[in-house]
Design a binder for this molecule. Structure first.
Ligand SMILES: C[S@@+](CC[C@H](N)C(=O)[O-])C[C@H]1O[C@@H](n2cnc3c(N)ncnc32)[C@H](O)[C@@H]1O
Length: 283
């Protein structure tokens, strides 16, 4: 059963065919993946018909996470589905920067304020709130559908979620924020993703950053962070692996930032820029 499903997915061009077949069978049967692997040849598996239907949907390149309704991010299991960006492993390291800074400030005796701009499923905000307890965490999302997913995932975390545009968000917090973190849309207009899972299922507002270089959203994040952060406050922004020079350059175009550093993901590709707010500069 697993072998047939995995072959069907491999034939449809799914790179992680065996993994996805196991995840779908676990989802359809209600059994754990360990239980599935220890089943004998003659053992009956519950949910066989549902599994076949899910394999067909996955073969049509519906994202695995939309079929199971779940995505894992750092220590969290999040609810996801149509209308929200599926959180990616490379963003875990970006969230980790915000968590580490919040923990550092907590250890120094301050309760930090952390803001997540364009929160999507709420992955980054939920990570900071659950891993750095005592921090005040706020998040904003413009898309109504994504906001609803975030509301679901952030329930009980204490995160203050708002519906709105990251460009003018949190004007009640100007100069009072310790960390601004964001994984904004950043794909340039001429770089339409090849994978149908991304191209056809992630919301457009989550993908395309605007401007010829795809960095308009990042520049909006930079302007908001400039307004929100206290002197010395930390800014962390994810970008595409092709933007390892242009993303830091967008920060260096103003006098507002020091210690501008571009950093790689676990696959050693340029992935995010980190900087600290300079004292006094409004530009
Ligand atoms: C690449 S997704 C990242 C979502 C989530 N932070 C994550 O890392 O999984 C970008 C998110 O920013 C939201 N977004 C795009 N433009 C926005 C804007 N102007 N104001 C607020 N949110 C915006 C999108 O709807 C989407 O949820």
């Amino acid at each position: 059963m697993l072998r047939v499903g995995a072959q069907r997915l491999a034939d449809a061009g799914v790179a992680s065919a065996r993994h996805d077949a196991e995840a779908l069978l676990a989802h359809a049967s209600g059994l754990s993946r360990t239980q599935l692997l220890t089943l004998g040849a003659g053992d009956e598996v519950p949910g066989a018909a549902a599994y076949s239907a899910l394999v067909e949907e996955r073969a049509a390149r519906v994202p695995l996470q939309h079929l199971t309704g779940r995505a894992w991010f750092r220590h969290l299991e999040l609810s996801v589905g149509p209308g929200v960006f599926v959180p990616r492993p490379e963003t875990e390291i970006v969230a980790g920067e915000a968590v580490d800074e919040a923990l550092r400030l907590l250890a120094a005796g301050r309760a930090p304020t952390v803001v997540d701009l364009g929160t999507g499923s709420g992955a980054i905000a939920a990570s900071v709130a659950t891993e750095a307890r005592g921090a005040r965490v706020l998040a904003v999302e413009k898309d109504v559908d994504a906001h609803a997913w975030a509301a679901r995932n952030l329930e009980g975390t204490g995160v203050e979620l708002r519906l709105g545009d990251l460009g003018d968000a949190f004007d009640d917090l100007d100069g009072q924020v310790d960390v601004v973190v964001s994984n904004p849309p950043y794909i340039p207009p001429d770089a339409v993703p090849v994978d149908p899972e991304v191209r056809d299922h992630d919301p457009e507002l989550a993908l395309y950053g605007g401007g010829e270089d795809g960095l308009d959203a990042l520049r909006a994040v930079e302007r908001t962070a400039r307004r929100l952060l206290r002197p010395g406050g930390l800014l962390v922004i994810e970008h595409a692996d092709s933007q390892g020079e242009s993303a830091p350059a967008a920060l260096l175009a103003t006098a507002a930032w020091r210690d501008v550093t571009d950093l790689p993901d676990l696959a050693h590709r340029p992935r995010y820029v980190r900087a600290r707010r300079v004292e006094g500069s409004r530009r």
